[in-house]
Write a protein that binds this ligand. Structure first.
Ligand SMILES: [Fe+2]
Length: 466
């Protein structure tokens, strides 16, 4: 079956666009939903409104953001999905065609495309205060109504966060403050980073600018009890290379990696950089302080998957394979340890443990690595980050699992539920799995059947009912 936008592999299979908005008020549930499970599971991901220009090359990181919301209450579940109405989305809908190059590459922008409007808001969905924020690292957050999923508009927090804003902010579990940053903060490929603290009511309380050693594509950062850590890893953004027809962001494995460590609420004067050999992560699970060291647990790889080298060549799966890794940063360097060799993609935790010593990370992983299959995560795992012990659920051949989200029930970080979207490739069906987080091997306690196949996407969040 060929997707609606032709036979480009990135627009077919798991990532074939959904290209519709729907409301399904009463979903079919197998098993029974736990009585205490009440709230909304959100998932953001790429769903291009229009195909790219014929001579431009689509990338799954580039599709327009589409948010799926599964609301659970009183043992029932409903589904709503909406595109995020970004300035790019609205301009292209009005024009009836694609106006922007992939990743906003100016070589492929049409004359009426305002480069400042390039935003897909497709990566994460983050509740803060009474809003929901659709996040993509190249632009300010886009606020949405958590219930209707209506787009409320770009949010710069009074101008404090005008410009790029990470898709991976961190919420401090004690203060409720949102810590965030944006790279390329003084123009594309600039080394400037803007660091913001937004309080629990959405008011900016701290804004400062830093410089990283080179313009790395800094997708995530880390927060401990007292510090924020900025990882400058060698996926390098180079506009001159892009204008020559090369990749705008490329892996440059001969470069040093740097970790910028700064007290929370600090400024450039407080920032120190620790060097290491080239290494890569898209996503950290958690970070915490241990004596003089900072411990960072990541889905780590020797080089960046999905990202080309400077010559445009893509890495093999083995060259860029993830594992659950621990990076221990001391005063002068970083040492890497393997927690679990499992090929993991999106590690998450009980968010109440953010920045604190903890034991449990939850991730989607690959139970049956087969040649050429690089996007299928067919296992849900809970990994003890101290012992490496693993409790897991194998979802079967042809299963594609999205990012799992932990929903607490009691105080312990394994006492709760784990929710994850699953696409069954063989049956072309999707479902939201509800697992007992402390007993993954037992299989789902409930399966919420989706009324249609949900395409592959990125990050998820849970927002408890009021
Ligand atoms: Fe991410």
């Amino acid at each position: 079956m060929v997707g609606p936008f032709g036979n480009d592999p990135a627009l077919n299979g798991y990532y074939a666009p959904f290209h519709a908005e729907l409301d399904a008020p009463d979903l079919v549930v197998e098993g029974s939903l736990p009585a205490g499970l009440a709230g909304t599971f959100y998932r953001n991901g790429p769903d291009p409104q229009f195909p790219p220009h014929a001579d431009d090359r689509y990338h799954v990181f580039d599709g327009d953001g589409m948010v799926f919301a599964v609301r659970i209450a009183h043992g029932k579940a409903s589904l709503k999905n909406r595109w995020v109405r970004t300035p790019k989305f609205l301009a292209e809908r009005a024009a009836g065609k694609r106006l922007f190059g992939v990743f906003g590459n100016p070589r492929f922008n049409e004359a009426e495309a305002n480069p400042m409007d390039y935003s897909t808001a497709n990566t994460h969905i983050w509740p803060h205060g009474d809003k929901l924020y659709a996040l993509m690292e190249g632009c300010p957050p886009v606020a949405m109504d958590p219930d209707s999923l209506d787009t409320l508009g770009s949010e710069t927090f009074g101008g404090a966060a005008a410009g790029p804003f990470t898709a991976h902010p961190k919420t401090c579990p004690t203060t409720g403050d949102l810590h965030a940053f944006g790279y390329s903060a003084k123009g594309p490929a600039s080394t400037a980073i803007r660091y913001n603290i937004i309080d629990a009511h959405g008011r900016p309380t701290h804004t400062t600018f830093l410089d990283q050693p080179y313009c790395s594509m800094m997708h995530d950062f880390m927060m401990t009890e007292n510090f924020v850590i900025f990882p400058c890893l060698p996926v390098v953004i180079d506009m001159a290379r892009a204008m020559r027809g090369g990749p705008m962001a490329a892996w440059e494995g001969n470069r040093t990696s740097y970790f910028g460590i700064m007290p929370k609420g600090g400024t450039a004067a407080d920032l120190r950089w620790v060097e290491s050999d080239a290494c890569f992560m898209f996503h950290s699970a958690n970070a915490f302080e241990r004596g003089d060291e900072i411990v960072i647990d990541v889905a780590g790889s020797p080089r960046a998957p999905l990202m080309p080298g400077a010559d445009g060549s893509l890495p093999t799966h083995e060259e860029s394979r993830f594992a659950m890794r621990r990076w221990v940063i001391g005063k002068t360097g970083m040492r890497a340890e393997t927690i679990d060799p499992l090929d993991v993609q999106f590690p998450r935790i009980d968010d109440r443990r953010q920045g604190q010593p903890y034991r449990a990370t939850y991730a989607n992983g690959t139970a049956r690595p087969t040649a050429g299959r690089t996007d299928g995560f067919d296992m849900l795992a809970r990994i003890d980050v101290e012992s490496g012990a693993r409790d897991s659920f194998d979802a079967g051949d042809g299963a594609y699992l999205g990012e799992p989200v932990f929903v607490p029930r009691g105080a312990a970080e394994t006492d709760g539920w784990l929710l994850a979207l699953k696409w069954d490739q063989q049956r072309n069906e999707s479902a939201l799995l509800v697992m007992d987080a402390g007993h993954l091997a037992d299989g789902p306690v409930a399966i919420i059947r989706m009324p249609a196949r949900i395409p592959g996407g990125f990050h998820c969040h849970w927002r408890p009912a009021a």
